[in-house]
Design a protein. Structure first.
Length: 224
């Protein structure tokens, strides 16, 4: 089982398209689309969203559910659905951009992250800082350099895999000076094939984090 993810949009096509995209990167994650009204119009439906949440709770088998939304009233509908859910404590709403947040959350869930870490991965993709302690100071606990060998470098999928995996570790990680748990910051590096990634990590899982990034890079993010 993995954490389930529900996508709430005013448009059924947007919700279904976002789920289709994320499923390419996270084939083992239960992704449920809840878009549009019951009669196919633009809008949101409490009944439809609640049904999606309940389906996701059942499919997740106790691992929890993260809900992502598009616009304001979708958030209110999702909040109401959580209140009426059979296990509201197992459902978390992510304050994140729908597409970027969904991809990051799905990749984190695919990697076995817990529900809170999946939500944080989604929020990090939109530049929303996850719950964090004081700023890190001093020398890193682990560091390494890796050369990108995949043809396209760090585009959306590699960035999501890096950010999603790191968000579940007890470590503060920077890659070429940007937050390793932020999909958007990683993509902004525009790091192509042959670029050296300098990875620094602080915290209990520092070495694990560096090894994780190194393994992804050396495998070419599965694109070779």
């Amino acid at each position: 089982m993995t954490v389930g993810i529900v996508v709430v949009s005013h448009s059924s096509k947007i919700a279904e398209g976002a789920v289709e995209l994320a499923a390419q990167m996270a084939p083992d994650v239960g992704l449920v689309a809840a878009g549009g009204t019951d009669d196919g119009r633009i809008g949101t439906s409490l009944e439809k969203v609640l049904a999606a949440v309940e389906q996701s709770l059942a499919d997740a088998g106790g691992d929890g559910v993260v809900v992502l939304t598009d616009l304001g009233s979708a958030v209110m509908t999702a909040e109401s659905a959580v209140e009426f859910a059979s296990d509201p404590d197992a459902v978390q709403l992510a304050d994140a951009p729908l597409v970027e947040g969904l991809v990051a959350a799905a990749v984190a869930a695919q990697g076995g992250a817990a529900v809170g870490d999946v939500r944080q991965a989604a929020e990090a993709a939109g530049g929303v800082a996850p719950d964090a302690g004081p700023a890190v100071r001093g020398e890193p606990d682990a560091t390494a350099e890796f050369e990108l060998i995949n043809p396209m470098g760090i585009h959306a999928r590699p960035a999501a895999r890096i950010a999603g995996g790191l968000s579940g570790l007890d470590a503060e990680v920077t890659i070429n000076g940007v937050d390793g748990a932020s999909m958007m910051e990683l993509m902004a590096l525009a790091a192509g094939q042959g670029t050296n990634l300098h990875v620094e990590a602080h915290g209990a899982d520092a070495q694990k984090a560096v090894d994780y990034v190194g393994r992804l890079v050396e495998e070419g993010f599965g694109e070779l």
